[in-house]
Structures are given as C-alpha cells and as structure tokens.
Ligand binder design. Structure first.
Ligand code: BGC
Length: 737
C-alpha cells in the first residue's frame, strides 16, 4: 500500500473550510448541527448551566463566547461579583432607567414599546449582555401583587400588543429578550410554594396570550420559567407549560431559562423543558451558596447520569441546540453593534415614554396644568425619593434620576422666573436610599413624626394656591417590591390622614400617586386632581413636570381596573388569595376561582363600579367619537374592520386611544360581557377629525374550548363596542357570523 504524505497545511486548512458553524451565510440550523457535533460531553454540560451569578460559559475551544445575562426589564442592572451578590463596583455600569412596564403599557402605544426595546438593547450591548431578563407579562390579578409594576397590566390583549414590539426592538440589536415569568406568577407571596389551580379557559384566555404573542409574533429567543407550580410541578420544569404548550404547540425554538433558584429536580429539569439553569440554591435575590455551579441539577450529576446510561444524550443535545441557536442570534452575530450607554437619545426615549404613560385620573375645575402665577406647595416623600433603587431584581444604578421636586422646580422657574416652589415632607415612609449595595441620592432621613410633619404641611397649605402631593407606594419590601405582596390596599404611612387634613384647608389639591398598583382613595371626592405617576425611571421628575405644567398633554390610559376597595376584586371577593396551605405546610394551593373574570371582566360581570375603569385616562383637551361602522370583511383571513371618526373638540393638541371591545351576545359558555380586541392611539390638533380603522381577526371572537383544545368561534350575533375606556362605551354595532 502506498502511503501518501499530505503537507501539514492541508490538515490545518481542512477543518477551517469545514467550520460551517462560523459561516454566517449558512442557515442557522446547519451551523447549530455543525457546532453540536464538535462538542464534547463536558462542553455540552457546561453551556446549559451557570458559571457565575449571571453568566453561562460558551465553548472556548470553538470560539463561542460566554453568555452574559442581566436584569431587566427597565434598564441594565449593575454588575455583581462573579460569585457573590455584592456589587462589582464597576464605573461603567450606570445606566438610563426607563419607565417601569406598567407605565409603558399605559402608553397604549406599541411604537413606544419598540423604542423602549431598541434603547434598552443599545445599553445592553455596551454592557456586553447577550440577554436581558425581561420583559414581564404576568397578568395583574390582584392589586396587592408585589411585582405588578414590572408587568403590563390586567388585559391579555393589551399586554400582547405591547410586548411584541418591545421584544422585536430589543432583539433587533442582537440582544435576546427573556420573557418572564412563564407562567401564572401572579403574586409574590410564597412564590416558590404557590401551586396555581386554574381552568384551561382562564389559562388560555387570560394568562397565556401575552406569552404566546411574545413567542409566535415577537419571536422571543428566550423565556424564563416562573418560580411557582402548576399542576404540582414547578414551572421551570413543567411538562405541560414548557414541553406541550410552549415548545410543541407554539413551536418555540429558543431557550427556557430557569428563574434564579427555580430549579428543584434533576429528572424533571432534564425531561420537562428546562434548557439553561441559573441561580440554583438562591432565593433569586440575595443569598446563595458559593461556587455551587458544579452541583447544579444540570451539571455534574446530570453528566454522571448520562455516563451511567440513565439518559441518552437526546435531551442534552436538544438543550444544547437551543443554547447554540441563542449564541448565533446574539454573541456570535458579528453584525451586531457595540451599543452605547446613557446617551441623550436614551434619556429622550425614557422621557417620551413616561410622558405618554402618565395618566390623568381626575382634573375637576381644570386645576391642571398648573398656572404660572400660582403659589405652589409640594408635599410628600415621593417628591424627593429615588425610585430606581429597590424593588428586587429590577433595581438599577442610574447615571442620573431627576426627582419630582427638582423636575418641577426647574420647569416652574421657566414658567414663572419670579416665583419658587415651596416643599414640605408631609409624611415619612421608607428612608432607605440603597439596594443591594447601590447607594445613591441624598439622605432623606427624617426625625419628626407624621403628626408633626402633617401639621407643618397644613400650615403651609393654607397659604398656597395649589398643593401638589407626591405620595403613593415605593420599592421597599411589602410595597411594590419583589418577594412579597402588599399587605394592604390602603396607602401607607398615614398618607390618607395627610390628604384629608390638607383638603380641609386648601381646595386645590393635586395628588400624584407614584406606584405600580392601584391604591384605595377614600378621600377621592375631596381632591380635585389626581395623576397616576408610576415609577418612571431616570426622567421621572422631568416627565411628571412636563405633564403637570402642560408641556405634555397627558394621554396615558390605565392598563388595569382601579377598584374602590379590595373586596371588589375577584380574587379577594372569593377569598382565593393567597390560597390554602397543605397539611405539611410545603405547598399553598391557590385556586383562581374568579376564572376568566379578571380585571374589568369581573367588574362587568358583577356590575361593580370601579374608581377608574380599565383603559381610562383624561387629557387637557376633549374628544368626541362618532358612530362605529363596519367597513370591510375578509372571510378568507377572517378579518373584519370597523371605522370611527374622532375629533379633538378642545383647544390644545392631544391624543386619545380608541378602544374596541367584542361581546358575544349568545354563547354556550360563560363569556365576559366584553373583551378588548383592538385599539389605536390617535393624535389630533384642536378641531381636527381623523377616521380610525380598527381590525379584528377570528381569534377576537373565539373562546378556548377545553373539550376540543382549540379556539372556537360559535356562529351567532356579536357586538363591537367602541369607547375611550371599559367604562365609557360610546357606540356599538352588531354583526353576525
Ligand atoms: C427574579 C427574576 C430575575 C432573577 C435574576 C429572580 O429573583 O424573579 O425576575 O430575573 O432573579 O435576578
């Protein structure tokens, strides 16, 4: 036999040309298969679990970089140490904080969601993150929910329309979204132990649609399993939610990431859909075993189990394929940019989104916007408290945060250079100005009692033309904060007493509520103006001042029903929250007895009149809606359109959101009186009229049929209802199918 000697360069050249996984002109699936077959068992095991608090290794030998993740969802969280929760102390991880997602949802403007995603993506790129842990789309089922501020309200349709462009914007930058918390993580108390019992209809009609849209329309590259259980299985390895619905039914080809500390069982993690394990043996926030990564469920014990033949590599390869796909979409995408941090464009985006999301709830006698000649007194801790620190994993380290008092003072001095704004504290609540090692802002320590502070505020209020109270909640434990729920619907820190006392001496009170949730307002009739100010990040003070001074005409609309009292809320009136502990006190069963009747669906069914309905929000101008008219029908696509004229009947330019709800007049199943199925935000100059077209598809008419496991439309008569909130329907039209 002749031995042929090939030159050395032949061997070095051959593998190079065959490196399909590095060839960006090749289809992604070919690249995935090519990389997969080059990997050793150790390399495969390594990339499916964390190596540090927020990263998983790549494959160094193959030039695949590490995958760095970070919270999310309102800005890029500052870096912690490799294996500790302490701050890494970087000087380049201060960020722009964007408005919390409730505020984004309140814009009812998908363009704002896209802008949000793009801006956040640019900040993430600069910080070297391949994945942002957000956005969150768990449904607001109870106003006590500690993390509602991180989510997009109570309505599955609104949340779906808003989450899709956020994801698309973010991922257009080559940064993966990680949509969370899938699924049924609707309250925080006992979040690791809650086993949700929910009907198939409520699951499909209320709790899953935003996730489904995120995957099917938004093309999300990652999703985070929730801490809680569904059908007695933790959601980070849940056969029904992950394998059956997410992967098989919706065709999700991305990675399922565990929530930090949400993995509990190797066999289930292997078989029931988890792809990347993070944060095991922590509470997700603070504590954690040191260098525990080899002991993760998907680490050495899984490797041993494969070597001993307890599993083939089938499940492992499937996970690895997904992780590789993620890399090709993000870290291995050589076209993605470098990003930039704290740019003026990001501040402008944050301010614009906030300006569109702030909701004017009440404005009797046209008290707002404030007038330049007014003597203004500002009262309240939330006028001087930073809200970007605290609240759990969404806490940020900002380059700057404009406080409400500062923003208002600056703008008021432009309106009226002669005058100044006076400030008094009014109440003392949470004076902590730091979270997880990030300490910022001036001290807001206060020694005086609430009674003393109140008395001082009342004295000053007697002299003022207008009193603006910045109150509400904050990001401390048991407020709007991860890990627990609120313990009361009422405002904390004796704020009700403060407002009542101020209202007795001054009839021009403006209450600006800073929160991610509704609160009780027993004094509502005594206060002429109320603004919902959310948590709006770096530009908080500027954006609030924009609205209060009239520089921006408010156009936000509530993404949830603002109930008068807790007992009006479905979950609470049926006593289903927080659930029932099992005898061993390990699991708490929470049955969603209100079923599909969440938010305005419950208010409609029970004829409860909320303080402010879903979709509600005022403007400094007025609008008139015409008659709703069916304009077209596309049987093939199952689409029908309606049109309506809208006119700005006031004297300033402004925006109104036209909302279309559908009602199935006769059905074999219990259906909500009406459900939001289309909306459009329209900008109008004074006197201007525009025609708005709203289109719905077949899904808008259907319900989830648990018998057939399908969306079902029953022939019959439907009604399309149009209005400016769930409580203000101005025109309807019937149609049959
Ligand atoms: C939270 C997640 C977060 C993760 C990492 C968990 O406690 O539930 O939303 O992304 O921590 O910080």
């Amino acid at each position: 036999m002749r031995v042929i000697f090939l030159p050395f360069y032949f061997f070095t050249f051959l593998p190079l040309t065959a490196q399909v996984y590095l060839d960006e002109t090749k289809p992604i699936e070919q690249r995935v298969e090519d990389a997969l077959q080059r990997m050793t068992l150790d390399e495969k095991i390594a990339i499916i679990h964390a190596q540090s608090k927020f990263s998983a290794p790549g494959v160094k030998r193959l030039g695949i970089p590490d995958m760095w993740t970070d919270d999310g969802p309102h800005g890029v969280r500052p870096d912690v140490l490799w294996d500790e929760w302490e701050q890494a102390g970087q000087t380049n991880d201060s960020c722009v904080a964007f408005p919390a997602l409730t505020c984004l949802a309140a814009t009812w403007n998908p363009d704002m969601a896209r802008l949000y995603g793009i801006s956040l993506g640019e900040e993430a790129l600069y910080r070297g993150k391949g994945m942002i842990l957000g956005p969150g789309v768990n449904i607001n089922r109870t106003p006590l929910g500690g993390r509602n501020f991180e989510y997009m309200g109570e309505d599955p349709f609104l949340a779906a329309r808003m989450v899709v462009p956020y994801i698309q914007g973010l991922q257009s930058k080559g940064v993966s979204a990680c949509v969370k918390h899938y699924a049924l993580n609707n309250d925080e108390e006992y979040r690791h132990q809650v086993n949700v019992i929910v009907s198939d209809r409520a699951l499909r009609e209320i709790y899953l649609p935003a996730f489904e849209a995120a995957v099917r329309e938004g093309g999300a590259w990652a999703i985070m399993g929730a801490y809680n259980l569904y059908k007695n299985q933790h959601n980070c390895h849940n056969e029904i939610l992950l394998n059956k619905i997410l992967k098989q039914e919706w065709g999700f080809d991305g990675v399922v990431v565990s929530d930090w500390g949400g993995t509990h069982d190797m066999d289930q993690a292997v078989r029931y859909g988890l792809d990347m394990e993070f944060g095991t043996w922590t509470d997700g926030l603070t504590m954690g075993a040191t260098n525990a990564y080899d002991n993760y469920y998907l680490a050495l014990s899984y490797k041993r189990a494969i070597q001993e033949g307890r599993y083939t590599t089938q499940e492992l390869d499937e996970k690895v394929r997904r992780v590789l796909r993620l890399h090709f979409r993000t870290t291995m995408n050589h076209h993605r940019g470098y990003g930039f941090l704290c740019s003026e464009s990001h501040y402008a985006a944050a301010r614009r989104i906030a300006g569109e999301g702030i909701v004017l709830l009440k404005n009797d006698r046209g008290i707002l916007p404030i007038r330049k000649e007014s003597k203004v007194l500002v009262v309240g801790e939330n006028a001087i408290k930073m809200m970007t620190v605290g609240g759990g994993s969404s806490s940020l380290k900002v380059q700057r945060e404009v406080l409400p008092l500062d923003g208002l003072t600056t703008q008021f001095s432009i309106l009226n250079p002669q005058s100044s704004i006076d400030y008094v504290r009014g109440y003392v609540g949470d004076t902590v100005q730091s979270y997880n090692g990030v300490t910022v802002g001036r001290s807001i320590a206060e020694r005086r009692s609430n009674a003393e502070l109140r008395a001082e505020a009342v004295e000053k209020a007697k002299q003022a033309d207008v009193v603006i109270v910045f109150g509400g909640l904050n990001k401390a434990d048991y407020q709007d904060c991860e890990g627990h729920d609120r313990q009361q619907y009422e405002l904390p820190y004796e704020q009700n007493e403060l407002v009542e006392a101020l209202a007795q001496v001054n009839k021009n009170i403006v209450f600006v509520n800073i929160s991610g949730n509704a609160v009780a307002m027993p004094w509502i009739d005594k206060v002429p103006a109320i603004v919902q100010g959310w948590f709006i990040g770096s530009e908080a003070g500027n954006a609030l001042a924009d609205v209060l001074t009239g520089r921006v005409n408010p156009s936000g609309k509530l993404p949830f029903t603002w109930y008068r009292q807790l007992s009006d809320v479905g979950a609470h009136s049926l006593g289903t929250y927080p659930g029932t502990w099992r005898p061993a006190h390990d699991i708490i069963d929470e049955e969603y007895k209100e079923d599909i009747f969440v938010g305005y669906r419950w208010a409609d069914k029970k004829k409860v009149k909320p303080l402010f309905p879903f979709g509600y929000g005022l403007s400094y101008t007025t609008f008139k809606l015409g008659k709703l008219t069916p304009v077209s029908l596309d049987e093939g696509k199952g689409e029908r359109s309606f049109s309506i004229d809208i006119t700005n009947t006031g004297s300033v330019a402004g925006a109104e959101t036209v909302q279309l709800y559908i009602s199935d007049l006769k059905s074999s199943v219990d259906r909500p009186l009406k459900e939001l199925k289309a909306f459009k935000k329209v900008w109008l100059q004074p006197g201007e009229t525009k025609t708005v077209t709203l289109t719905i598809d077949r899904r808008a008419l259907s319900f989830w049929n648990p018998q057939t496991n399908e969306w079902t439309v029953e022939p019959g008569t439907f009604e399309a209802l149009v209005g400016t909130s769930a409580g203000n329907i101005t025109s309807k039209v019937r149609f049959t199918i």
